[in-house]
Structure formats: C-alpha cells, structure tokens
Design a protein around this ligand. Sequence first.
Ligand SMILES: Nc1ncnc2c1ncn2[C@@H]1O[C@H](COP(=O)(O)OP(=O)(O)OP(=O)(O)O)[C@@H](O)[C@H]1O
Ligand SMILES: [Mg+2]
Length: 462
Amino acid sequence: MASLKILFMHPEGSLGKGIQEFLESQGHAVKWVPDEDGCRQSLDQEIFDGLILEVKPEGDQTVELVRHAKKAHSFGIVICLVHPDQLPTALEAMEEGADGYIKKPCVEKELQIALQRLQEYRSLLGANFYLRRTQDLIYRFDDIIGDSQALKKVLSVVKKVAYSNASILIEGETGTGKELIAGAVHYNSGRSEKPFIKVNCAALQDTLLESELFGHEKGAFTGADKQRIGRFEQANFGTIFLDEIADMSPSTQAKVLRVLQEQEFERVGGTKTIKVDVRVISASNKDLREEIVAKSFRDDLYYRLNVVNLSIPPLRERREDILPLANYFLRRFSGEMSKKATGFTAEAEALLQEYEWPGNIRELRNTLERSVLLSEQDWIRPDDLSLHGTDGMEPLNNVEKFHMPEGGIPLVEMEKKLILEALEKANWVQKEAAQYLGVSRRVMHYKIQKFGIRNPNWVKNK
Ligand SMILES: Nc1ncnc2c1ncn2[C@@H]1O[C@H](COP(=O)(O)OP(=O)(O)OP(=O)(O)O)[C@@H](O)[C@H]1O
Ligand SMILES: [Mg+2]
C-alpha cells in the first residue's frame, strides 16, 4: 500500500500514541495534533491525503471540522474514531462528507482495512473522476488564485468555452499561467476523462517534432528502428496542448493545419491516413501577429488555432493578484517544508506589490519557495525575498547628490538613460549591468526589451 500523509487529531495519551505508532508502522507519515485548533491550522497550511479524528462528546465541533476538512481538501480521506455512544455524531459527520467511521476501542485492524479500501477505491476511480465526484465544483478552478477583474474575465471565458470543441489560443508572457489555464479548459470539458497531452514545440527540431506529434513508421529516418505512436494519436478523444507554437517549422505548421481542417494525418514515413478527434489548445509567449508579418507563421493556421483567444495579462498589470498569490504560495511552501513562516511584514508586502515581476507568477512562486526555505521567523521580511539583489550596494543617501536639470527630467527617460549607461559601463554584458543597478538579470532583460534597447554586438552574435 502506498504511503499516505495523515493528519491525526486525538487527545494526548497512550491510546493516541498507539494509533500513531501503528499508522507509522504501516508506512504512513503522521502529524498528530491534540485538538480542533491545531487541526484546523494544519489543514489550512498543509495538504494531507487523509484526516483521522476523534469524535468529541460535544459533537458540533467534529462535524464542523469534517466540513472544513472536506472544503479545504475535498479529495482527502476523512475517518472518524468514535465511541459507540457518539455514533449519531459520526453519522452526521458522514453526511458532511466523512468517508467512514471506526468504533473505539478496537481500531488498529479496522484502520488498516479502512485505509486500504479507500486507497483502492481512489485508484480504481482514477484521480479525476474521484475529484469531480466528491468536489462537485469544477476541477482545477480552485487552484487558480487571484481576484483581479482581468483574471476573472479570462476565467469566465474559460467556463463558457470549455465544453465546446473550439480551438483555443492562449497568449501571455512567460509564467502567466498559460499551461494552468489550458488544464482548466481540458478538465472542465467533456473530454476530461480522456488524455490531456502536452507538447512543447520549442523543445524539438523539425523532424523530431513531427515524429513527436504524428508518430513515425519503422525505418522512416535514421534511428527510427521501431514504429512510434505520435501525440495526436495518444490524445484521441482528448485534448492536445501545443506550447510555444511560434517555434514550429513551416512544414510542421502545414501538417498541424491539416489536422485542424480534416482531423487527419499520416505518420512520418507512413502512407496510411489516420483519423483523430482531438481538441487543440495552443499557447505562445511571442506575438503571433508579428510572426505572421515576418512571414514565419502561417496566417491560415493562426485563424484556425485562434477561434477563441485567451490573453492572460502579466502580473504587473493585475497587481491585486500579487498578495493572494503570495499568501497562497507561502502557505503551501511553509506547509510542505514544515516552516513556521505564516505571513509577511508590511515592508515585505509593499515590496511584493511594487516589484515588476518580469517572470510573472512563476517568478513569484520561485521567490516564495526560496524565501520560505531560507526564513527562520514567523514573518517573511524584505531581506528574505531578496528581490532586488541590492546586497553590498551603497544606499542612495550616501551617493553624491543627484542634480536635477533646470527643466526637470521624465522618470522613464532617466531610467532608460541609466540602463544604457550601465550597459556601456559593463561593455554590454547584461549580467554586469544588472549588478551596477542592483537589479536581477531578469529585470535587466525585461527593461532592455521594454525600452527596445539594441546593441550591434547582440545582433551579430545571434
Ligand atoms: N493564477 C494562478 N494561481 C496559482 N498558480 C498559478 C497561477 N498562474 C500561474 N500559476 C503557477 O505559476 C507557474 C507558471 O505557470 P504556467 O506554467 O502555467 O505558465 P506559462 O504561461 O505556461 O509559462 P511559460 O510561457 O514560461 O511556459 C506554475 O507553477 C503555475 O501553477
Ligand atoms: Mg507553459
């Protein structure tokens, strides 16, 4: 039996100790909390496979806790340990979603059987099906955090179109959540129990990408010593997610267009035409319209892919989402790493909100993961975030006073000028220039793009 991570609520004492030891001897990881408060707190901070809790004589708290646990982790298993006198409460808890109860005092064998059954049940039904049965709510939307109007707008379109077969093009900068949204579309469509297949088109060169997508026959090219089933065939009746489509070669583009138009293709080196029923979701962090103008992307393919367009704004354009996301990642990583950090100081919050987040939500997530790992306190402070890489730089008030020109100077111009100066001083080495300005390389890169700064050397080296 695979091991489970179990939250165990039981008053301290030898009975609880016995159960804990028994569960651990079965290979499960057990977190023991003595009371409701501890239980609630743990549920809010960590993800568990199951909760085992003792039904209290004053049953209301137990029922409420089960409700809370099911809400927090709708797919976790909840088992009540109950004294025969408190059976009605256990039944009430079952109505709230508890998966079973075991009568005290004889619990060990029954616990083992109950956990085993529930595990088999879970794997039999398959994670998706189980989730949807118990959750009732739409799978995965709960994982998408944010309160901004911009995000709500995207999600409302997702809800509207998920069930159709329409092709969807998701656009947005790196790390904005394109893949997450693609998953939400699939898992909320009628295809959710069929495969969701992802292909990163930028990761493979021409022939390899074609063989990845459409498969190949034995001997189709050097090294093709076996027949291979491609991703489109694997995705039959499900969804294929084509990531970074701007990087597809013209020949691959033509073949993908044919699948979209005729739902058919041949394997590389094959003659048999294969019919598929696949929904296509694609994503790009490049502007495809520009690629069309530059003649590197087919416009007919673009129109086929872009029946529905979802454009996910960068995080800096929906700053309301920063703190909810930061808190979500903080809770998650604190839980996973058993750290005590539970919040941010006011200064850290301000820093999070002011920062530009060129790497968007992925950068925020990584920042939080690193900060939680390094933090020793209850609160994350600005230093823990190490966002600006300003270590070792002189504070501005020690620098010679800056002289404002008579007529003033636009801040944006000033910024651009400083970046150019730093680049020149660093011989156009971006990493070094970033150090001069006390920003990360990513920020530097982002600013260079933003201001359209070009250096002849970079073009030559390309
Ligand atoms: N609204 C959100 N709520 C919670 N997590 C999010 C949200 N948006 C993105 N994430 C998380 O941020 C990370 C990056 O998201 P994702 O991989 O979907 O981005 P992407 O747009 O596909 O990036 P890339 O263009 O680099 O492939 C993932 O860990 C994802 O789960
Ligand atoms: Mg992605």
